[in-house]
Design a protein around this ligand. Sequence first.
Ligand code: COI
Length: 357
Amino acid sequence: MQDIRVERTKQPKAKPADSDRLGFGQYFTDHMFLMNYDAGQGWHDPRIVPYGPLQMDPAAMCLHYGQEVFEGMKAYRGPDGGVVLFRPDRNMARLNLSNERLCIPLIDEALGVEAVKKLVEIDQDWIPQAKDTALYIRPFIIAVDPHLGVHPASQLLFMIILSPVGAYYPEGLNPVKIYVERHYVRAVRGGMGFTKTGGNYAASLKAQDEAEKKGYTQVLWLDGIERKYIEEVGTMNVFFKINGEIVTPALQGSILGGITRLSAIEMLRSWGYTVNERKISLDEVVKSAKDGTLEEAFGTGTAAVISPIGELMVDEDRLIINQGEIGPVAQRLYDTLTDIQNCRIPDPFGWVVRVDQ
Ligand code: COI
């Protein structure tokens, strides 16, 4: 594995005073990781340097054609003072899945994990301590060739930045209101929906903006072809508990394979729940809400963790789920997942990785 060179800042920044009010992604730490790719040379020069602006040619390809991928993960400090990551190997594997789809040269996944560990270790004093906070980690890759022809880049930059964060939604663990989107679609099979690339999020902004103006936190996407099947919610995968069965849309190429989604499925199955990854139509959800068999709905995501859904707006129909309260499954998932991530309980799954090991 290549050695990661380190240049420490001589001017550490003041940390946010109030770790109860961090919001999401508003503060950045003292250092960042960079590594370049040049055709013929491969990925080279991995380094950690003081955090700061990039110098980039205005013709850099990522600025024009969106050849870009990213990841989201979190670091936590346990009660014994040790700093841990949650399933970082999964994030690096997914980064390469996105890379492959976007014609970005694959990275060495072990080096990616090592870079995260080293950067987090250096900036560990930025890990916030208030309840439900963490240090959010944002690895990303951008195409930087100065070139306006549309083709895969031959020069790229892999970077990692860190941000102390609180809850993603202002609601925290209180149930969110979700607007079912009929008009806009996020992705179709064969497109890039399964990748973490900026374009998917750009495609979501219009619907998100309109939903927020109507008083909703996020939108629920339907499939782009039949507009019938449930895909995912804004920044989360989605689960429904209907008549005892827990259902989440199967990964069929247009939705993101969330790591929190996977962990929730594994945890629920270990507790004896039936969890099915399958097609689920909006009609099935509406019917179950009306006949009283829809017990719970919740989203999962790195940023959002577990977010109960208290209301679904379907056309003119307001469907209230579990009286607008968090349900027992979402609560247990949230408690257990965050207890494991923060090392408050033993991790029976082997998901937690110390940064100094
Ligand atoms: C995450 O959950 O890490 C995400 O990437 C969602 C993000 C776009 C805020």
